[in-house]
Design a protein around this ligand. Sequence first.
Ligand code: IYR
Length: 222
Amino acid sequence: MSEKGKYIPLNFTELDKETMASNSRKFLDRIKKRRTVRSFSQIDIPEEIIINAVKAAATAPNGANLQPWHFVIIKDIKLKSELRRLSEEKEAEFYSEHAPEEWLNDLKHLGTNEEKPFLEEAPYIIVVFEKKWDVLKDGKKKKLYYTKESVGIATGILITALHNSCLATLTYTPENMLFLNELLNRPKNEKPFLLVIAGLPKEGTRVPDITKKDFDEIAEII
Ligand code: IYR
């Protein structure tokens, strides 16, 4: 092995331009259909879909390929109930004390409140942890790089993979998530990043009537 490390052939699939453009349109149509859902059916779904989505997330580009993430997949009913209880406790504080007026006003159109029944109803909850540093076998600290960017990209791939399997998702961040370390027995080098709730939507689920900004408002070609 050279100092630069071992290199292998890329294994890249080339397509003609029409097929590439057509694929891009199909993907855009499909991803436009992803909506954040807040009410889930209790119907179970195959565990393999969740495992594959997490494996897809773990292919994300990341700082020095040190892979600064850990995923806890919760399906245990008792753990989900405890997670709901603790989250609702935090959310009650958020909605009644901590949240500034402007924030509450910005949330009004989504109709959220401190009640989080989806934490018990949905078949799977994936808790994404961001490793701030690693701990080596000898207990020494190992520096990690661009951890937030890396975990953000991985989470994007995670929800895209779940959507691609026709599951509904909700990205959820309870107020002050540090209680998750104790609940899920995770070490202090790991910081809760986000929860991804996954399952089938409850029958008759409605979603807020929102739109996305046009391309020209969010991008430019120079
Ligand atoms: N965590 C709270 C509040 C909340 C905050 C944002 I920013 C949202 O986009 C939605 C909700 C809750 O989940 O109710």
